[in-house]
Design a protein around this ligand. Structure first.
Ligand code: ZN
Ligand code: ZN
Length: 272
């Protein structure tokens, strides 16, 4: 079994990042397209435009306290897909270590109904966001939305399963049913480790990694694999050929952390 990560793909209207694809036979790359959905009615009530930009474009806004002194993370999940408490605790620690938000980091979890689909496309997820997201930037607070979905990604192939995606500038999704499936396997990583790895990695892309909004401070972009890091121990590493190595690393119980080069990029753009 191999594990690969897919990379950031420019789209017509939005950009997003695919990550952590587990493949069972051979390596694949994937590019997906999606279309922005408009709901002008909503925009008349709340200005949502600032939360509908390209992935990585809010790097500095998320990292520094210049424009926003606090952050609110609205995490919604479908029935049975709630992230574990330890995953949320790990995520909060990850955020506190990197973000300059003196007025606080707020995490809100909420269950939403299933959309009763067998698969979700990026368009489907954008539609869910447009329906259920309530938190948008407000004054000095920046808002981020994440969803834990109860079905797999439409772009999965027989040998590749996408576990998470970052799209827009403050939005991400985890294909939680796939995460659960892989972490429940014999010798698989624990649920907490796999969830935390995918969650932190997705947020890494929103923070602008690698070279996706946070300018490179050193030469560590794995350009062959898009917005990923060349350090094989880094959270932002892309691996195509040594998937078993990644699985082994996760099985060992460690959530990969950011390497010094990625941290330097974040610090240079306003992060801790
Ligand atoms: Zn990635
Ligand atoms: Zn790195």
């Amino acid at each position: 079994m191999k594990l690969i990560q897919l990379f950031r793909a420019p789209l017509n209207a939005i950009t997003f990042v695919l990550l952590l694809v587990i493949v069972s036979s051979c390596s694949t790359d994937a590019m997906q397209t999606g279309n922005e959905e408009t709901d002008s009615q909503d925009q008349q009530e709340v200005n949502k435009d600032a939360n509908r930009q390209s992935t990585g474009s809010s790097s500095e806004a998320l990292l520094s306290d210049k424009s926003f002194t606090s952050i609110k993370l609205e995490i919604q999940y479908m029935p049975g897909m709630e992230p574990g408490q330890q995953t949320i605790d790990n995520f909060r620690t990850f955020l506190e270590e990197r973000l300059n938000k003196p007025a606080g980091i707020e995490l809100v979890l909420e269950e939403i109904p299933s959309a009763n689909k067998d698969q979700y496309s990026i368009d489907d997820i954008v539609s869910l966001e447009n329906t259920y997201r309530t938190a948008y930037n407000d004054d000095r607070m920046i808002a981020v939305w994440g969803i834990f979905l109860d079905a797999e990604y439409t772009g999965n192939t027989e040998n590749g399963t996408v576990l998470g995606v970052a799209f827009r500038n403050t939005s991400f999704a985890l294909f939680e049913s796939s995460v659960q499936e892989f972490s429940d396997r014999a010798f698989g990583p624990s649920r907490t480790v796999l969830e935390s790895t995918v969650l932190n990695h997705e947020f890494g892309h929103l923070m602008g990694l690698v070279n996706a909004g946070a300018p490179l401070q050193s030469d560590h972009q794995d350009t062959e694999h898009g917005r990923h890091c060349t350090d094989e121990n880094c959270l932002m590493y892309w691996t195509a050929e040594t998937g078993e190595g990644i699985l082994d690393m996760l099985t060992g119980g460690n959530i990969p952390s950011l390497d010094n080069q990625c941290i330097a990029d974040l610090r240079a753009n306003g992060g801790k």
